[in-house]
Design a protein around this ligand. Sequence first.
Ligand SMILES: C[S@@+](CC[C@H](N)C(=O)[O-])C[C@H]1O[C@@H](n2cnc3c(N)ncnc32)[C@H](O)[C@@H]1O
Length: 255
Amino acid sequence: MPSQKDFWNSTSTVSSYRRSAQLYPPEIRLLGLLRDRWPSLEMLDIGVGAGRTTAYFAELAKRYVANDFAANMVAQASQRFAGRWPHASFQQGDATRLDGIAGASFDLVLFSYNGIDCVDFDARRLALSEMKRVCRPGGWVVFSSHNFYTIPRHLRFQFHPHPRRLLEEASRHRTMRGANPPSEQLLKQDQALFVDGTAADLRYAYVKPDLQEQTLKQMGFNEVRLYSCLNGDEITGTRAYENEDMSWVYYFCAV
Ligand SMILES: C[S@@+](CC[C@H](N)C(=O)[O-])C[C@H]1O[C@@H](n2cnc3c(N)ncnc32)[C@H](O)[C@@H]1O
């Protein structure tokens, strides 16, 4: 069975990310939040993949360093933007061991598009504390993560009127049910390593946003804000993230 790293390193995965270029609504919000700081801002873009976020953030930042644990992703991103900005660099690196990076050396540390969910819960904790370590006081650690409350939707059969789509859905549903415990059992937990069908039978870390927020506060972040992937709005209402359509949540954590 391939590991997460094998999956992200494969030619087909790299190729499917090759042209991705749009920012998601919470990332547009991030551009605005830091609007006065970009000219002096130093940014670490972890799990950059093929460079979806690079064109925006490297253009604005004073220094931009991107990493990814998949060597082929790093090669793709670096080739895509070769020579474009002298202050941008790409390197292979693992979020859970940022050993080569001195403490407090970046103003913004980003791990976008649920990359942090590729690792298990012990590694997630390590990654978050490493991200906090390399971020300066006054800076931001920002990442997105799958919303645990969407699990019932993934495990539910979704009827489709088109016969071919219906057959595909039956196959998807059978695979999901075979790979995961039932919804009722999962929903008694606060977090789970869940096969969501994104990549064969690879498991992703799904966490209840309330638990994630609490953990981040316990880690000593000064402020934690949650933003919806649906529209980039800050999630403020009680239990507003218990929305099956809110596939993932962005966490903005002030250091
Ligand atoms: C869903 S992709 C997102 C890629 C890119 N950020 C984007 O938004 O298009 C997740 C990325 O995180 C990387 N990744 C996963 N775990 C990692 C880790 N522990 N350290 C560094 N990168 C990691 C994967 O190789 C992959 O490129």
